[in-house]
Design a protein around this ligand. Structure first.
Ligand code: NAD
Length: 348
């Protein structure tokens, strides 16, 4: 079992990797526990839930709405939850985003923690204290920062994940390596097949390395005022692709990373050979879907959280393993999107 601590002025968070639910029993209150989960997780892992009131939402991205947050708060108040309530989000990234949001707004904030059950949430979504729901087609537009007291990542729970969701998690696993750690990138590329076949020992060591990267970035910039933005690599295009095509988050991010890498090469920030290296690894791991950039891409990006007065903060690459943040104007982005779409249509 490994532990990573995130200490920040906004609160401390302990990430426990490789433990089981038994390891967190002493961290939970004797009463007033509210377990927020989704129906799939309840079906597969409900027997492991600690004693408490269970609130199960519909699985999937469509549940990430203010209406669902309101419904959960309503169930909590009817069940007698007061300010001493403790929310345990038990599930993947969707559950963590919603449970974190509920915990940060219910009675102006109650204690919370996560049991993280997908590869994507173990390497990314459950760590770092970002919560959020979608506003129509705009992803994570309404949200808060609030660190979970602890996060348990029981890797054995990943064995029940559907193949597509495992692949989706590989997208965010790769992302951490591509922005910060070239050796990890090569190690993930070499082990992708073993992870997909369910080798949890291999997965555990790579999850630990990726989680350390994320925790390190969050520790230095918990409220995303600067460097934490590098964790958004691939997400500006990825969010548009995810919303337009309704594909899993990590697969949309993988496609978004290739577009952002193209943009990096187009801007002269990165050598073309690095783009080929990155794209090849994502393709070999089966992460690249054939989705084109939708027509509304520039309009949606200009309304994204990362956009400010006519330009957008973009995460680009200098090389695989080294990300940088650059401001790009909307007009330059329009030029790039025309170039990219033209190139893609010629390669079909
Ligand atoms: P998810 O939570 O929807 O889980 C994917 C699917 O797997 C769901 O159907 C779920 O019911 C099922 N599932 C979960 N655990 C399972 C298990 N152990 N066995 C079988 N089935 C299981 O999706 P996700 O990929 O975990 O998370 C994606 C979400 O995370 C997106 O909404 C994204 O925006 C968000 N996210 C948030 C952050 C953050 O910092 N807050 C970071 C990255 C992603």
């Amino acid at each position: 079992m490994n532990r990573i601590k995130i200490n920040s002025p906004e609160g401390d968070s302990l990430i426990i990797l490789g433990g089981t639910v038994d390891d967190i029993r002493t961290l939970l209150p004797q009463k007033g526990l509210f377990i927020i989960t989704d129906r799939n997780v309840q079906k597969f892992h409900g027997k492991k839930f600690p004693p408490g009131e269970v609130i199960a939402i519909e699985a999937g991205e469509n549940s990430k709405t203010l209406r669902v947050v309101e419904e959960i708060c309503g169930q909590m108040i009817r069940a007698g939850a007061d300010r001493s309530a403790f929310v345990l989000g038990f599930g993947g990234g969707v559950v963590c985003d919603i449970a974190g949001m509920v915990a940060s707004v219910y009675m102006r904030g109650v204690r919370h923690a996560f049991v993280s059950t997908t590869l994507l949430s173990q390497v990314d979504a459950s760590i770092g204290g970002k919560t959020g729901v979608n506003l129509g087609e705009y992803k994570n537009t309404i949200g808060t920062f609030r660190q979970p007291e602890f996060v348990l990542c029981d890797h054995a729970m990943l064995t029940t994940l559907p193949e597509t969701e495992m692949r989706s998690g590989m997208g965010e696993l790769f992302k951490h390596a591509i922005i910060r750690d070239r050796n990890l990138f090569f190690d993930i590329s070499a082990s992708a097949g073993q992870i997909m076949e369910g080798d949890m020992a291999v997965a555990a060591s790579l999850i630990l390395r990726a989680a350390r990267i994320k925790a390190g970035v969050v520790r230095r910039d918990p409220l995303e005022k600067g460097q934490r933005r590098i964790l958004n690599f691939g997400h500006t295009f990825g969010h548009v692709i995810e919303t337009h095509y309704g594909i899993p988050h990590g697969l949309a991010v993988a496609r978004g990373m290739t577009v952002a890498a193209e943009l990096s090469a187009w801007k002269g920030e990165m050598a073309h050979t690095e783009l080929i290296l990155m794209q090849g690894a994502l393709e070999d791991a089966g992460l690249l879907t054939a989705h084109q950039l939708p027509a509304e891409v520039v309009r949606m990006i200009s309304r994204d959280k990362k956009s400010e007065s006519g330009s957008v903060n973009f995460v680009l690459l200098r090389s695989v393993g080294r990300a940088v943040i650059r401001r790009i104007s909307i007009s330059e982005l329009e030029q790039f999107v025309s170039y990219y779409n033209e190139k893609e249509s010629q390669s079909q």
